[in-house]
Write a protein that binds this ligand. Sequence first.
Ligand SMILES: [Ca+2]
Length: 216
Amino acid sequence: IPYMRDCDEMFQTGHTESGLYITRPDNTRKLVVQCYMDGCNGWTVIQRNSFDTEIIWSETWTTYKYGFGNLEDDHWLGNEYISLITRQKWYKVRINLVDANGNHKYAEYDSFILRNESQGYELNLGAYEGNAGDPLTSSRTKNFHDNMKFSCKDHDLDRSTSINCADVHGGGWWYDSCFDAQLNRKGGIHWGTLCDENCRESVIMLKPIHMYCSRV
Ligand SMILES: [Ca+2]
């Protein structure tokens, strides 16, 4: 069976229902992913979190590497898989957020690359567009998440010389010293331009940059 490499390939080959699909990104084994099909494109979901999540999020490097949680609910797909996916095509990222008042907002970056493990799963983002604000590439307090390496409680690659940000603040992330946005936390989803550790929900998903039709 010729497995598709991401959710968009699933969509373009006729799988128009959102849900779980078996894919096989380049250079890895089969990978089950949550796909969000928007009627024009297939988005590969890499993260979901909610304010009342059961997930602890404060996990080790290896756990973040291979992912955790429930793919149909709160989860992290896994840095290794995210990295492999983003290195096979040019992807954009969309971050959907629900703020403390229930307003739905979004942030998109027109490029999203996660470098490989030996490069600390460094995050490289493109230009911002959206209505949630941009705390990842243009920060008020000089916490620039773009071009940061990934840190978690047992692996400190952040730019704070005094602490391990992930150990103090909980959850793996592309910390600077420490953060203006952090979506991988239990009970404290933070997006500095939208919510102060009290967002209700976050979803992060990827799509190749092509747009075969306009979203309705
Ligand atoms: Ca540190």
